[in-house]
Design a protein around this ligand. Structure first.
Ligand code: CA
Ligand code: CA
Length: 170
């Protein structure tokens, strides 16, 4: 049982990464997220955008494992996530942004159908839903990012926002 608001938030972030819900985060979860995102936007895995997304997912996994997988078993448990990832990344959100950037760059390209470098509110929500973000929260995040104004939101705002979301304040 989660008891505090902080624990509830951590649980939600963990669930975003633990795509198959088996209680730990591994490479397969990152591949699953890439696959789900490609399916959501009907982009073929073998396309350039699809391959870039898988490469970004692998780099993201490697970066997260390097920070959080203390015992080196290629799995990030909930405890490793809390003590390794969340605490260390909170101290250094730029580091998280760098680890996540290739994946986010590729994800933006997948969701950006017209290729203008921006995605609108509805597409932002679709991306967040792939990461198990509840509909209402996804709507709020999209609005806070300004995705509903002036053609949408781009990488410059998405990357730091993503880092803020996952480095949960205590
Ligand atoms: Ca998992
Ligand atoms: Ca581990």
């Amino acid at each position: 049982m989660v008891s505090t608001e902080y624990e509830r938030r951590i649980a939600a972030r963990f669930a975003s990464f633990d795509q198959d819900g088996n209680g730990w985060i591994d490479r397969g979860d990152f591949n699953a997220a890439a696959k789900a995102l490609l399916a959501e936007f009907a982009v073929p895995a073998r396309s350039a955008r699809g391959q870039a997304l898988y490469a970004g997912a692998e780099a993201f996994w490697q970066g997260m494992a390097g920070i959080a997988d203390r015992d080196g078993d290629q799995r990030i448990t909930r405890e490793e996530f809390v003590t390794g990832a969340v605490k260390r990344l909170r101290d250094n959100p730029d580091r998280f942004a760098e680890i996540a950037r290739p994946f986010l760059h590729a994800a933006l390209a997948v969701a950006d159908a017209d290729g203008d470098g921006l995605i609108g509110a509805d597409d932002t929500v679709r991306v967040l839903r792939v990461f198990h973000v509840p509909q209402e929260t996804a709507r709020q995040v999209a609005a806070a990012l300004g995705a509903d104004g002036e053609g949408g939101v781009g990488e410059q705002r998405i990357v730091p926002a993503f880092a803020r979301y996952f480095t949960v304040p205590e």
